[in-house]
Design a protein around this ligand. Structure first.
Ligand code: HEM
Length: 137
């Protein structure tokens, strides 16, 4: 078998037509041009991945929960390994989802803080009331 080719970020971006369509999944590059018309999930979903040139399709591919059969098809479409140094550039595409889940976490944390402070405040108010009312009797 021939040595696996290293695909650069520029190459991944450049092969974005229906004639030659590169998709990046798990650091491996696949040419889905021949397969795209047969894709049971439709061609739009894959085109959308490559429309945003150089985007990593790993997450969308895994989110769908593709079968072993689908993964076997990938073997036939394999072009080469993605250039390692390019990893950072492609990961950026998912930053927005990471930060939005962070925002949710902060909101939950703030919510749980409130859960402690409200009963604690009420308890404090109760003891303050008892202290003052016992003093007047
Ligand atoms: C690039 C390589 C890909 C291959 C070889 C592939 C292959 C397949 C195969 C064989 C199926 C049938 C169900 C199964 O066996 O799991 C399928 C379904 C599906 N694929 Fe892909 N797929 C690829 C990429 C993608 C990507 C990037 C998306 C993105 C969002 C996607 C979305 C879907 C969806 C939504 C279905 C379900 C269709 C349905 O059940 O109606 N696929 N794919």
């Amino acid at each position: 078998m021939a040595e696996s080719r290293v695909i650069t970020y520029e190459e991944l971006k450049a092969n974005n037509t229906k004639a030659s369509l590169y998709v990046l999944i798990h650091q491996k590059v696949y040419n889905v041009a021949k397969f795209i018309d047969e894709h049971p999930g439709g061609d739009e979903v894959i085109l959308a991945e490559t429309d945003v040139a150089g985007k990593d399709a790993t997450e969308p591919f895994e989110d769908v929960g593709h079968s072993d059969e689908a993964r076997a098809i990938l073997k036939d479409l394999y072009v080469g390994e993605f250039e390692k140094n390019s990893t950072l550039k492609t990961k950026g595409g998912y930053d927005s989802s990471a930060s939005s889940s962070q925002a949710v976490n902060t909101a939950v944390q703030q919510g749980s803080n409130l859960m402690y402070f409200v009963p604690l405040g009420m308890l404090g108010a109760y003891f303050a009331w008892r202290y003052y009312s016992s003093g007047t009797v």
